[in-house]
Design a protein around this ligand. Structure first.
Ligand code: GTP
Ligand code: MG
Length: 170
């Protein structure tokens, strides 16, 4: 059986940990001092859910301002869009909301599955974004919410599986 190709894109401010989340998921690695993504990077992993085989085509976008139009174009025709913020930066949460507004206007279809990942959950002592507020926002936009830590490998796999199940309507 041919796997179902699923395009997934991660969007969010620079430094929130988009590349780190993907490295953890793809190769189970983490770099304490990762370098900023330039342009866009592509990764792939197969995921079996029940009797379905999915080929996840995961696009890692660059958070830096000068790449914004590029990031936007990679979001087009994505089945799943994951909005990422850093729980220790309220600024990154606001940036994520702005991203959602932009995508909502031009890109998000009624069929697009949305996720919100609050990353760096291991830095709980520096948390700046009230979890209630993040959950509420996710509810309003009909997104699945997860706290994740690329460093400690928390929430990522579960979050992706949840999103893929929504995609498969199971
Ligand atoms: P751009 O490519 O510039 O958009 O950044 P990015 O969102 O891809 O961030 P990146 O994955 O490069 O991570 C930025 C920094 O945060 C790096 O120094 C990572 O080591 C660190 N980082 C990422 N995820 C976590 C996490 O879960 N916990 C902690 N403590 N640090 C993290
Ligand atoms: Mg990156």
């Amino acid at each position: 059986m041919e796997p179902d190709q699923v395009k997934i894109v991660l969007i969010g401010e620079a430094r929130v940990g988009k590349s780190s989340i993907i490295s953890r998921y793809i190769s189970n690695t983490f770099q304490e001092f990762g370098t900023p993504t330039l342009g866009c990077a592509y990764h792939t992993r197969q995921l079996n859910i029940n009797d379905k085989i999915l080929k996840l085509n995961i696009w890692d976008t660059a958070g830096q301002e000068r790449y914004h139009s590029l990031s936007k174009s990679y979001s087009r025709d994505s089945k799943i869009i994951i909005l990422v913020y850093d729980i220790t930066s309220y600024e990154s949460f606001k940036a994520m909301k702005r991203w959602h507004e932009i995508l909502q206007k031009e890109i998000v279809l009624p069929t697009t599955i949305l996720g919100v990942f609050g990353n760096k959950a291991d830095l709980i002592q520096s948390e700046e974004v009230p979890i209630i507020e993040a959950q509420k926002f996710a509810n309003v936009i009909n997104a699945s919410f997860r706290k994740t830590s690329a460093k400690e490998n928390a929430g990522i796999e579960e979050g992706l599986i949840e999103l893929c199940k929504r995609y498969l309507k199971i």
